[in-house]
Each structure stands twice: as structure tokens, then as C-alpha cells.
Write a protein that binds this ligand. Structure first.
Ligand SMILES: [Fe+2]
Ligand SMILES: [Fe+2]
Length: 155
């Protein structure tokens, strides 16, 4: 089965987001663990693991369509120096993924690849929930102040 070239390019681009997210959240989880922020470390670990599962599903789809798995590098993963910076970096990555997915879903639909469309729509749903969670955490951090917010992430 041969997939549309544009769809395959979108799948590879989203694979790049998944793998970057996996690595970035893993780094952030370790930094939180090291800083004693156990609650946030657990959440970041879960996000990192989730991206591995997503990447595997995207890879399967690329190969089923006869494509080549060719994720690009987004550059070195640099963990944010503070929890606020980590959340801001994750927010930027997820917002980028959402913008890409919205365009990709439309292109999958236009060329009749409904299975890729549905797969990427499911990914979009997850990314929107992730962005909402990041928005909520960033709002709480602003409302509570750094000291109280950090304390809330220790448990
Ligand atoms: Fe994902
Ligand atoms: Fe994600």
C-alpha cells in the first residue's frame, strides 16, 4: 500500500514532535526528581512515556504506507533551568505540534487518507489536553507565586 507523499511528510514531521517531546519531558522529569519536585516528575515521566507510544503508532502507519521513517532533529534538548522555564518550553513545543497537526489533518482528509486523518486527530486531541494542562499549571504558578507553587509540586 502506497501512501500519499504529503501525508507521509506530515507523519514524519509529527514523529519528530513526538520524539522531541519524549526526550524533552524525560529531561524535565529527571530535573524535577533531582530538585525534589516529585509530583511534577511523575507527570513529566508519564508524558514522556505517552510520547513513546504515540511515536510507535506513527511509525507503524508510516511503514504500512510504504514510507521511510525519517524524523528530523529539532536541535539539542536543553532542559529549562527552572520549573517555569520547563513549562514554557513544553508549551512552545506542544503549541507547535498543534499547529502542525491542524494542517496535517486537513491534508489527510483532502487526499482521502481517513485512517491517517483519524490517527492524527486523536494525537491532536491529546496535544490540546496537554496544552490545557500546561496553561492551568502556568496560571496556578502565577496565582500562587513561585514559592507556593514549588511546594505544591513536592508531594
Ligand atoms: Fe504525542
Ligand atoms: Fe504530545
Amino acid at each position: 500500500m502506497k501512501g500519499d507523499a504529503k501525508v507521509l511528510a506530515h507523519l514524519n514531521e509529527y514523529l519528530s514532535y513526538e520524539l522531541t517531546g519524549h526526550r524533552q519531558y524525560l529531561v524535565h522529569a529527571a530535573m524535577c526528581r533531582n530538585d525534589g519536585l516529585q509530583r511534577m516528575a511523575r507527570i513529566q515521566e508519564a508524558y514522556s512515556a505517552e510520547e513513546t507510544q504515540h511515536a510507535a503508532r506513527i511509525l507503524d502507519r508510516i511503514l504500512l504506507l510504504g514510507g521511510v521513517a525519517a524524523p528530523r532533529e529539532f536541535g539539542p534538548i536543553a532542559g529549562g533551568p527552572t520549573l517555569a522555564a520547563q513549562l514554557a518550553r513544553d508549551h512552545a513545543l506542544v503549541a507547535g505540534a498543534i499547529a502542525h497537526l491542524r494542517a496535517a489533518v486537513g491534508d489527510c482528509e483532502a487526499c482521502g487518507d481517513y485512517v491517517s486523518r483519524d490517527l492524527l486527530t486523536e494525537m491532536l486531541d491529546d496535544e490540546e489536553r496537554h496544552l490545557h494542562w500546561l496553561d492551568t499549571e502556568m496560571r496556578l504558578a502565577a496565582q500562587l507565586g513561585e514559592h507556593n507553587y514549588l511546594q505544591s509540586q513536592m508531594g
